[in-house]
Design a protein. Sequence first.
Length: 226
Amino acid sequence: MGFFLAFLVLTTIFLPIVALSQVGRLALSLIFVLTLISGAFATIQHRILIYLVVVLAISTLTVALIAEFIPLHSSLLGETVLKLACLSILVFMTLKRTLRPGPVTVYRVMGGIAGYLLIGFTWTFAYQLVVQQVPSAIHFEAGVADVSSRQLTHLIYFSFVTLTTVGYGDAYPVHPAARSLAVAEALVGQLYVAILIASLVGMALQAKSGSVREGVPDSVVGWDGG
């Protein structure tokens, strides 16, 4: 979980400031796949789902390699769909384990942070899917490189600005599909924080009142109490 969360944080902060070359995109694809696999083992308990994410992640890397050297629209679209599928599974399983009943531990808090960042990345690829169909779906200020050239860095920036409802005004959705995604992401971003905090407070109060079983060390309990 530590490596998984660290990569998500570093990617969120540093990736938007760079423009990715072909080598950079290939390196990012490899790191992305390794992160997905580590995230699957850290958050998913069912072996079938773990194997599913691993297969999808490896398929994503394969399609990404094909897309770099044979940049067909279908290969680019397939790469984005596979990444979106992997992230959707990880988001669901991470939130399921984070919000389930049990004591509040550092693993649960880390899971909550990872879930929030995963939501931002999931929407990033949803935006990319729209941009691949309609390159002008999201307007960026003058001077920003062409988003349709798979400069994912701009979409990551736009996604997290929308998720946190900052809205600097330097990027905004134009196409109806992009606008719908932006509204949904802003709502999810606000509701997630409120629900997560309320859930953690409720779990802490339950633990104090003795409703949760006692005497089990955190190292044994893990992040979900099971």
